[in-house]
Design a protein around this ligand. Sequence first.
Ligand code: AHR
Length: 514
Amino acid sequence: MKKSVILFSAVLLFFTPSAYSQQKDVLIRVHAGQGKQIISKHIYGQFAEHLGSCIYGGLWVGEGSSIPNTNGYRTDVLEALKKLQIPNLRWPGGCFADEYHWMDGIGPRDQRPKMVNNNWGGVVEDNSFGTHEFLNLCELLGAEPYISGNVGSGTVEELAKWVEYMTSDGDSPMANLRRKNGREKPWKVRFLGVGNESWGCGGNMTPEYYADLYRRYSTYCREFDGNTLFKIASGASDYDYNWTEVLMKKVGTRMKGLSLHYYTVTGWSGSKGSATGFSDDEYYWTIGKSLEIEEVLDKHMEIMDKYDRKKQVGLMVDEWGTWFDVEPGTNPGFLYQQNTLRDALVAALTLNVFNKYTDRIQMANIAQIVNVLQSMILTENERMVLTPTYHVFEMYRVHQDATYLPIDLIADTRVIRDRKVPMVSASASRKDGFTHITLANVDLDTAREVKIDFSGLNPSQVSGRILTTKSITDHNTFDRPNLIQPVAFNGSRIEKGVLNVSLPAKSIVVLEIK
Ligand code: AHR
């Protein structure tokens, strides 16, 4: 064993978490030889709902718009999104999905019926963005579509026919209707959500009743012409462990995935709190709430393990992210919020957690892609900004489909929401001969010296990028769109086989090691 490794082991032994909590140094051991699981790229999924200006104005402006567009899709947004290598995109909701009737969104646009978007601001939806527009967008992005089907107010026949319309290649009525509407070949649609939040906006059902409905609806969603379906049941909200228990018991491996929704909502003073104006205490509260997801996941996964030891059913966190008060002066039903470095840290911490449970977590979708909640992009007429969260997703692309490397991490802690929260979070993976480590220091004021040992693997080269800014409330605006963006990071050096990193306060770093 090398001298540096022996030294590191001794330090690890000496610094038990409690003894270490006074220190400002952080020790990480990457078990470089122990990687077994692949981090599903689908953990880096996105979500687009007919809500506020996510679709209309955000993704879609139509061919006739003065805003530069590619077949109706905003060109600036499209190009920015391509850089994220989005693995899958969930649509059309959310709550909207359970009132959506897909047949209203096909055929000539000027003849499509209109509807009222009852969930989101009561605005009139003209259905100009429908099945073709969505599936073609997925093709442009290279993302797999994730269709969220209507169980709350739709029929079994309606959902069955939607699947046929999208995926059948035969001489079938729905395939012929699709051809009449201009698309000869079917699309490939694998991910199919059977309802959304069926305990709430998706029908206010009991888990027992929904479990029966899932079995019935999913029976008639057929696999046409080589298209395989990955059927996902509507899952629990946050701490509703009974929902998971009942679904696992009554549906079990009839579903491929079971969803879970977890939002980081700042319940600090009754309201959700401002996205950009918050105290240090509120900041740490939010960090604590976002990290609580690990405990919540653990409990849901424990229940799933009880019924499915072989881990055949994936846990799909198909809605997650921060949820704050809307920006002053905007429609409360549009959920339009700004995005600071705090949001970026929440994204970094959460993705580090998801990577760790990649044997059960097969998908996650941040809410939402443009202009809604913790979005990647904000638009205002022809202008666009990339949010700090966008940059995290771009920096973390390296983990997509990489081999997860287990790590031990010893860091000082701070008590947040009655729990000791480590000030540094990390995740490591290996792909194409490179090891990548993502690191986040949530401390607002103090940097950390991080020592990273690779258990025998000798690093020879390191390069990296960092995302940080002066104030935690900083955010990119239409007038200062690049205030927060990743820059080259020069704070790491290799000494005697150990990687030393000076990790600034409130920062996110991605390192590439050879
Ligand atoms: O993402 C916004 C909403 O949050 C979704 O429509 C719903 O599923 C959830 O409650």
